[in-house]
Ligand binder design. Sequence first.
Ligand code: AMP
Length: 423
Amino acid sequence: MKAKYTLPRGTYDILPQESWKWKIIKTAFQKTASLFSYQEIVTPIFEQAALFERSVGDTSDIIQKEMYKFEDKKGRQFALRPEGTASVVRSVVEHNLLQQEQQQKLYYMGPMFRYDRPQKGRYRQFYQYGIELLGSNHPYYDAEVVAFADLFLRKLGLRNFQLEINSIGCNNCSQDFDKALIEYFLPHEKLLCQDCRLRLNKNPKRILDCKVPSCKKIAQEAPSMLDYLDSECATHFKKVQEYLNTLEIPYIVNPKIVRGLDYYTQTAFEFTDSNLGAQSTLIGGGRYNKLVSELGGKDVAGIGFAGGFERLLLSLESEKLLSREAYDLDIFVVIAGENLELHAIELIHFLRKNSFSTDFAFEKKSVRAQMKAADKSNAKYVLLLGEEELKEDKIVVRKLQSGVQTTLAKNNLISFLRNDESR
Ligand code: AMP
């Protein structure tokens, strides 16, 4: 049957047969967050459009071409969030969180929206996980944020990823660097893509990040930001590298990493998986020391990263690192006879109250059909309830995979299951 309504382009459903994969990522991310002492923050999916225009920057691709912007019934301009950092910082400033604690370590997960050409690893609605550390400019935290991302990927089993880091300096260093870039690119202007020609005047650093092959080729010989860092930024970057060495986190310095958003200063980094093809960045992040004050808060530094669930899944799948838990359910109850229905209902609720996940095929009458449903459920045990057993207050417990079964007094059921679980 042909569906009457279909998914918007660039979006997808996470179907039940796939959702367990998402759960693995979510759980690993939450576990890593607690290891590093980060708290969850949840912000709305839409915000005032100006929040993103101001922070992400109006020369960025996100603002120029990709933002889902709309007017509400009262003529106010809103946007579906294209990324998480601006919203988190808005929330921290709005609720004065930095007044209460000098430092905030926050994590988030949720959908983001960008109107881009969909392709493998790139969607219009995609899911990001991310962290933000607000309130310190200490280079140790740059390394710690990188270490968080590194440990998260490793806990999932990934090894074949690369970490590239750079420093894009501060406004002070940028002035001379931008001049040098303009001088370098101007003679090649005609060969640059249309976007880069605009970037040349407004934000020449972005040309370094352009993925168009002709621009990439020209950018190969461009000046390096690392030669233009002032002493403060150079020392900061050196310290970050020292801490990364201490943490034994492998990296390479890549002066071409500039990140696409306006708010970045100093450290910028990317975790990439070259097996992913064109969309190879798993995680991108960096320091943003001016963003909090730009959004009306105190002059406070920040650093963070964000990664996409979709690309991470592609990486994990290609390395065969995703495996489903052995069982989806603890117990499936099967009854021999319709008159046992009420006993089954009672038993199921009793088991659930005792924290055993339990299911029952209410509308399947024959034992055969119920057993089929039990097989499909991928439960660890089947509890068989028959007239004979009931009379004696007994129950049959069968291990679904091996078929081994025992008959137990009902009173001993919970202790049997608990002991069997821990074995
Ligand atoms: P960004 O916010 O652009 O720095 O992106 C951070 C990470 O989010 C990327 O490394 C990707 O893993 C993911 N990401 C960004 N845009 C998309 C998209 N359109 N579709 C899927 N994942 C994305």
